[in-house]
Design a protein around this ligand. Structure first.
Ligand code: ADP
Ligand code: MG
Length: 338
């Protein structure tokens, strides 16, 4: 039996990175979530070669103090929670303190950040090691450049799909984040070519128009319902406007895009028999809930969460949707009677 020994920090970071950073879209997700947590109102994302050659995320958020940069890139170091109580009322998208450490373990990273709009700091990391840091002119906010993703983990590269699919995954994640944050302006570009721009004026219908097109946004109905624990708002397509996959359904819990089978079913139930088989709506269902009722510490990517009172929430969603559709039918028939 070989002797047991502790692995180096570089190696443990690389292993941990595998859990959070699966593909270029994971880098985009983690960096943009950090920008949102930093209170950014404008976020630009540009990628080259499906994100493998380069991903740049720039925000106008709080920035990071120069003497905090090393900690930001240290695993399990975070500004978002402090004790075990905080873990049960997480109100930020991040809290595990893993993303920057993970990303820098499997790529070359440059961070340019400033907490006010004058002199900031620029630091570089590569394969988990710090390369340097110096003062640099910077606007307030943070710009992170990730190059040569997975350069030191070739096995990971083999599992990636075609560039087209990887790009679709990046677009998808930005779409969902933009739908969760209509008050933030997002710009996504591929090698400088704009793929998406949201106005960020806080209007969800406008954001839906930016993402899916105006003709779709115009055919969507507002939903709204509330009980003591949950507030549900959003937009849903009329039954005649459908898609052949569930991918156009977005469930946002306190702004976080989540996957949840039961809530998906609740949305479909709201349509009752109005949908044909294998037809799915376009829907943005935004849920506001006390963070105490949500356990986000279930999965490293936090797209699966555990919800207290999931049944009550399901009923609320179903009612919100069926009400929105019923009202519309009544309005139409009233109009016909005139
Ligand atoms: P987490 O988001 O879970 O805290 P990260 O590794 O993603 O962990 O980030 C570590 C820390 O770096 C954050 O807690 C935050 O304080 C800081 N940080 C990261 N990105 C930004 C950003 N864009 N703007 C301001 N601070 C940031
Ligand atoms: Mg984070």
């Amino acid at each position: 039996m070989p002797k047991i020994h502790e692995l180096s920090e570089t190696l443990t970071n690389q292993i941990a990175a595998g859990e959070v950073i699966e593909r270029p879209a994971s880098v985009v997700k983690e960096l943009v979530e950090n920008s949102l947590d930093a209170g950014a109102t404008r976020i630009r994302v540009d990628f080259v070669d499906a994100g493998l050659k380069q991903i740049v995320v720039q925000d106008n958020g709080t920035g990071i103090e120069r003497d905090q940069v090393d900690l930001a890139f240290t695993r399990h170091a975070t500004s978002k929670i402090s004790n075990e109580h905080d873990l049960f009322k997480v109100s930020t998208l991040g809290f595990r303190g893993e993303a920057l450490a993970s990303i820098s373990a499997v790529s070359h990273v440059e961070i340019l950040t400033a907490t006010d709009g004058a002199i900031g700091t620029r630091a570089t990391f590569s394969g988990g090691n710090k390369k340097g840091q110096e003062d640099a002119a910077s606007q307030k906010g943070t710009k992170i450049t990730v190059q040569d993703l997975f350069f030191n983990t070739p096995a990971r590269l083999k599992y990636l799909r075609s560039p087209r699919t990887e790009i679709m995954k990046i677009v998808d994640i930005i779409n969902r984040l933009a739908l969760g944050y209509p008050q933030v302006s997002f710009t996504l570009s591929n090698t400088g070519k704009i793929l998406l721009r949201t106005t960020g004026n806080g209007n969800l219908k406008q954001t839906v128009a930016n993402i899916y097109g105006r003709h779709i946004a115009e055919k969507m109905e507002d939903i709204e319902a509330e009980d003591t624990d949950f507030k549900v708002t959003g937009l849903i397509s009329k039954p005649e406007l459908t898609r052949s996959t569930r991918n156009f359904i977005s469930i946002l819990l306190n702004g976080r895009y989540i996957r949840n089978f039961q809530l998906n079913t609740a949305i479909m139930d709201g349509y009752g028999s109005k949908l044909e088989a294998r037809h799915y709506p376009i829907a943005v269902v935004s849920i506001k809930v006390d963070p105490l009722l949500v356990d986000v510490n279930v999965h490293p990517t936090k797209q699966e969460v555990r919800l207290s009172k999931e049944k009550e929430l399901s009923r609320l969603i179903t009612t919100a949707i069926s009400n929105a559709l019923v009202e519309k039918v009544e309005q139409t028939s009233a109009f016909v009677n005139l």
